[in-house]
Design a protein around this ligand. Structure first.
Ligand code: NAD
Length: 329
């Protein structure tokens, strides 16, 4: 199979390619990425030169480039990660989120249809469901009630994907995953941001009262789930993917400080993010029943591995922080 992976130079995309390329030597993996601030070819150096891996710098909003690529590479499946992905950036400048996440997805869907690509997997997020109270879980049937511009742009893309399945009978799948963590995550996101600041003894800014709850999933467990959905998922279906690891943001920051042996008084509470969702939690029963997927990495083990990775790979993140981080992050 020729598989186009969009956004493969980003956090989850590069981990997914690393998971797939060695495992499936008969398949070809074609990574297309615009290399925005979040895309980094240094994350893929170990795949360079592999016979079944190639990279093209392509913007998914640029139709002509996509057409040339589809003509040349003849994809049979698309796994679509490419997106603007940071909630705080979406609050500061939402238009780019609509361009890439909504219009870019529509371009891909349109060409998927006209080129007869057999399968389209949309990588989405629990954030499309909005916020939960203290109890309950999001199921695949929960209403879409996004609150941030990021979440609204992803929900819009999901609706376009569902419409493509209904209207044109396209073979589409949607995965909605909880917060990922692990190696190669851009240092603006909660866990790497707190690790790098703690390493430098800088204050760790925690929004509001720090009691917002997220469900955390180790990125490799997510990649294994996407692999299963791509190969065995039922056409037209949505699959929730979650780690059953609910923690408050404050707990996460405290755990990082204790792994690093740093003082808790580095924690600094800052004014809350506007529209900050209180709690996300996923019911991942469907993917477990239908495809036999379960998360394999315990949170404490995964967090320790992640902290070690950032400690050992300062060359990867220090340059990004210096070059790509706006003041408000
Ligand atoms: P990321 O920001 O690390 O990477 C995004 C990648 O997309 C980058 O390599 C970037 O260069 C590329 N990209 C952006 N705009 C593009 C464009 N116009 N054309 C081509 N490439 C473009 O994001 P991530 O954390 O790896 O997330 C990947 C996907 O998974 C996203 O769709 C996101 O919504 C979804 N998701 C992420 C999480 C999470 O916790 N990180 C959780 C659930 C779902």
């Amino acid at each position: 199979m020729n598989i186009v992976v969009t956004g493969g130079a980003g956090f989850i995309g590069c981990n997914f390619l690393r998971w797939m390329v060695g495992r499936y030597p008969e398949d070809r993996f074609i990574n297309i990425d615009a290399l925005t601030y979040a895309g980094n070819l240094k994350s893929l150096e170990d795949l360079e030169g592999k016979r079944n891996y190639s990279f093209y710098q392509v913007d998914i909003c640029h139709r002509e480039s996509l057409i040339s690529l589809f003509q040349k590479e003849k994809p049979q499946a698309i796994v679509h990660f490419a997106a603007e992905s940071h909630v705080d950036r979406s609050i500061a400048s939402p238009l780019g989120f609509v361009e890439t996440n909504v219009l870019g997805t529509m371009q891909l869907l349109d060409l998927t249809r006209s080129f007869g690509v057999e399968r389209f997997v949309q990588i989405s997020t629990d954030e499309v469901y909005g916020s939960l109270g203290p109890q309950g879980l999001f199921s695949e049937g929960s209403p879409l009630q996004p609150n941030s511009p990021y979440a609204a742009s992803k929900a819009s893309a999901d609706l376009l994907v569902q419409a493509a399945a209904e209207t044109y009978g396209m073979n589409t799948l949607i995965t909605r995953c909880s917060n990922n963590y692990g190696p190669y995550q851009f240092p603006e996101k909660l866990i790497p941001k707190m690790i790098r600041r703690a390493l430098d003894d800088l204050p760790l800014p925690v929004y509001g009262d720090g009691l917002n709850i997220r469900d955390w999933l180790y990125v490799e467990d997510h990649c294994r789930a996407i692999d299963l959905v791509l190969r065995k998922g039922r056409p037209g279906q949505v699959y929730n993917i979650g780690g059953s690891n609910e923690y408050t943001n404050l707990q996460i920051v405290q755990m990082i400080l204790s792994i690093l042996g740093k003082p808790m008084d580095l924690i600094q509470f800052v004014p809350d993010r506007p529209g900050h969702d209180r709690r996300y939690a996923m019911d991942a029963d469907k993917i477990s029943r239908e495809l036999g997927w379960l998360p394999a990495t315990g949170f404490e083990e995964g967090l320790r591995q992640t902290v070690d990775w950032y400690r050992q790979n300062e060359f990867w993140w220090r340059e990004l922080v210096a070059k790509e981080m706006p003041d408000y992050l």
